[in-house]
Design a protein around this ligand. Structure first.
Ligand code: VGL
Ligand code: ZN
Length: 202
């Protein structure tokens, strides 16, 4: 058993990011069972849930003339446009049915503000609006994080880099993540995580 100073953060293991979902990540469902098993090793377990209102500004459907997986400039910087996904209350936003959510101490939702996306579990895409997760972990005395989930190159990556910048000791278990890999985004994410001091383990 890991000490109480270590938390497992399970990122966005939701139907829409699994095969058959709106923004399916290849093999996304294959990480579910081993993540369930890994939860047994940690005393502190947090799940995140991508949780967008219908018509969210990250959806390509809201930007006439723009296609999904293209990029636009938002007031807070560049934003990839996505197919409609993880709409609050939809089956796509639900956790994968095989994920054991009972051991979770905290489920944190993100991306619920219509005008701003939130890849990271710590900050929205303006890199300044906090989600509150930092305070939760610090007040529980957590100093080290292991991250798993979907997708490696977006929400896992942004969460890992933010956590490292905040001073947490961060490990990403790449074998328990799967990537979208858009125009080299996986390689860039791996470089960025390493540069931020994140340990990549397979
Ligand atoms: C994610 C794209 C859009 C993720 C969430 O969980 O990696 N990616 N929303
Ligand atoms: Zn999203």
């Amino acid at each position: 058993m890991r000490p109480a100073t270590e938390a497992l953060i399970v990122i966005d293991v939701q139907n829409d990011f699994c095969p058959g979902g709106a923004l399916a990540v290849e093999g996304g469902d294959r990480i579910v069972d081993p993540i369930n098993a890994l939860m047994g090793d940690f005393q502190v377990r947090v799940l995140t849930q991508d949780w967008h209102p219908a018509g969210h500004s990250s959806f390509a459907s809201q930007h006439p003339g723009h296609d999904a997986f293209g990029e636009i400039e938002m007031p807070y910087g560049p934003q990839v446009l996505w197919p409609d996904h993880c709409v609050q209350g939809s089956n796509g936003a639900a956790f994968h049915p095989g994920l054991n959510t009972d051991p979770a101490d905290l489920i944190i939702r993100k991306g619920f503000r219509a005008a701003i996306d939130s890849y990271s579990a710590f900050f929205e895409n303006d890199h300044t609006t906090p989600t509150g997760l930092e305070g939760y972990l610090r007040t529980r005395g957590v100093t080290a994080l292991t991250l798993v989930g979907l997708a490696t190159d977006f929400c896992v990556n942004f969460s890992a880099v933010d956590a490292a910048k905040l001073g947490f000791d961060v490990t990403v278990r790449e074998d328990l993540c799967r990537a979208i890999d858009l125009n080299g985004s996986l390689a860039a994410a791996r470089d960025g995580m390493r540069a931020a001091g994140v340990a990549l383990e397979a």
